[in-house]
Design a protein around this ligand. Structure first.
Ligand SMILES: Nc1ncnc2c1ncn2[C@@H]1O[C@H](COP(=O)(O)OP(=O)(O)OC[C@H]2O[C@H](OP(=O)(O)O)[C@H](O)[C@@H]2O)[C@@H](O)[C@H]1O
Length: 168
């Protein structure tokens, strides 16, 4: 686990490192059937998509809200569209990928991609090596699965991370 200093710097995004291609690192992306909250490895951080108002009224976001609460802590980070707010739970991080302003809107492809670059920077700053997510963006947010898959592969290319996408 990175030091608290790094954690608070990442929180305030003081570290504006560009995404780096770690030498010899290999980004692994796998998709597997399973319930994210039951089958994700214990040491895995989690990520999902939300709106900037943190309404989390439907879909898997509502389960995150029920499980991890701390909406006030998330709002206090003052993150906007294209950015990522996060919680720390012991050895795990919970990432809230902000892809749109209001809950009733749908994300643009550009904002979706920008928020994933932000997620990558955070994973590198915090030393996250194992990340699990649902099929982000493809349900209520109605982004085409192929676009989501390609964007994840593009954004995380060269990142030292094992990412598992769970689907029911
Ligand atoms: N336990 C589980 N394990 C594995 N997969 C699971 C699962 N539970 C559900 N899934 C599947 O995971 C996919 C994406 O699940 P979602 O559709 O929720 O996410 P999304 O990223 O498309 O949309 C996010 C916006 O939806 C809400 O906004 P609203 O208020 O509704 O406007 C939020 O606030 C966001 O802003 C769908 O296939 C679900 O079947």
């Amino acid at each position: 686990m990175k030091s608290n200093k790094l954690y608070s710097q990442a929180l305030s995004n003081n570290i504006k490192k560009p995404v780096t291609k770690s030498e010899g690192s290999k980004f692994n992306l796998i998709e597997r059937q399973g319930d994210l909250f039951v089958n994700a490895p214990q040491n895995s951080s989690l990520a999902h998509c939300v709106s900037a108002d943190f309404r989390m009224g439907k879909g898997i976001a509502s389960i995150f809200k029920e499980k991890f609460q701390s909406v006030e802590e998330l709002v206090s980070q003052k993150k906007g569209v294209g950015e990522v707010a996060f919680l720390r739970r012991n050895e795990q991080y919970i990432f809230y990928i902000i892809t749109k302003e209001k809950y009733f809107q749908k994300p643009t492809r550009r904002n979706f991609e920008n928020s994933l670059y932000c997620l990558r920077r955070l994973c590198e700053e915090l030393g996250v090596k194992v990340l699990s997510a649902p099929k982000i963006g493809t349900g209520l947010d109605k982004l085409p699965p192929e676009f989501v898959r390609k964007t994840i592969s593009k954004v995380f290319d060269g990142c030292d991370l094992n990412m598992t996408i769970f689907y029911l």
